[in-house]
Write a protein that binds this ligand. Structure first.
Ligand code: PYC
Length: 329
């Protein structure tokens, strides 16, 4: 790094959940697929991730999106999403934020546009203003009715019996009933419950396909508004909760409902988040009838644009969390 690194960005929020799009890529991620670029990003540039999204430039809840040139000429962009602890396969709220950002930059107009992600191609459909639909990657329920007991520990949840479904919506989810009302007043209880479920999944080695960790926990319950079908609380990998209804989590939920026969193709599902923001969703069967193709509609608003600065002599230049890099680079 010369004296300082400058990183131009645009911030937005989707239903309360923030996204920071890095609009110029300064990293050498090679010429491979998005999945290969994500692997290089993880191995060589973790300092960049933490510098962009964690404190003091960001916050634990911020999701980053590194805008890249697409390999596929039919796509308008490629993107790698990342958070306070690593990278994400896909990010629904982030893709909605990315769409309003691309529109602000004049890179897309109204209508559908394809985007490459490390887990497949998605489509963003920009409706104008803040409104965006995304067509997500094929999503499916992997296992139904998975049952286990929370291991005894230092807290009250030990011994609780849990039953839930494992589903893929661009990230891996375990979906189960919430233990209490889904409101911000119950945040500490919801957090603890979801964290204990995540620990238990790892303890019992319950995973997604090919041993992939289930790093998102979705607690589901009744909607508070009569127009909506359900409300959720989603614990993200870095132990933050999603303020939005979670695009990949809503996709996982639709996959479970469709597999169960509880939702018909094209039937509207309005999903509330823990803060009351709403995604309107529907799905159709993928050609193999095992997976679905979900479409999620939401709104994102621009909150800031500017340039992050990483100065060479700043002891916290790579973020508070990344102390190893702070000492060694
Ligand atoms: O909207 O898919 C999503 C998401 C994942 C993590 C945070 N938001």
């Amino acid at each position: 790094m010369s004296n300082e690194l400058k990183i131009p960005f645009i911030d937005s929020h989707t239903g309360g959940e923030p996204t920071r799009v890095v609009i110029e890529n300064p990293l050498d991620l090679g010429h491979g697929s998005l999945a290969e670029k994500r692997a290089i990003f993880q191995d060589k540039y973790d300092w960049f991730r933490s510098a962009v999204v964690t404190e003091p430039r960001g916050s634990e809840v911020l999701v980053g999106a590194l805008l890249l040139e697409p390999l596929d000429p039919t796509c308008c962009a490629g993107v790698i999403f990342f958070n306070n602890v690593g990278t994400l396969g896909m990010c629904g709220h982030g893709a909605i934020g990315l769409a309003v950002t691309l529109a602000r930059l004049g890179k897309i107009g109204l209508g559908p546009h394809k985007i490459e992600t490390p887990v497949g191609m998605i489509e963003i459909n920009y409706h104008g203003g803040a409104r965006v639909s995304i067509q997500n990657v094929p999503s499916y329920r992997y296992q139904k009715g998975v049952n286990f007991t929370l291991p005894a520990g230092a807290n009250a949840t030990g011994g609780t019996n849990i039953t839930g479904d494992i589903a893929w919506g661009g990230n891996w989810f375990f979906l189960t009933a919430a233990p209490c009302e889904l409101s911000l007043n119950h945040l500490p209880e919801l957090m603890q419950y979801a964290v204990e479920i995540r620990r238990a999944l790892s303890h019992y080695q319950i995973t997604g396909v090919n041993g992939q960790p289930i790093d998102h926990i979705e607690l589901v319950g009744p909607a508070q508004h009569p127009n909506n079908q359900a409300r959720n609380f989603v614990l993200c990998p870095g132990l933050e909760y999603d303020r939005s209804p979670c695009g990949t989590g809503t996709s996982a939920k639709l996959a479970c409902l469709m597999a169960e026969g509880a939702l018909k193709p094209l039937q509207i599902w309005r999903q509330e988040s823990i803060v009351g923001s709403v995604f309107e969703a529907h799905a159709v069967w993928h050609t193999d009838q095992h997976a679905i193709i979900p479409t999620i509609t939401g709104e994102a608003y621009i909150t800031a644009e500017g340039v992050l600065i990483v100065q060479e002599n700043d002891p916290f230049r790579f973020g508070l969390r990344n102390t190893r890099e702070n000492q060694s680079q």
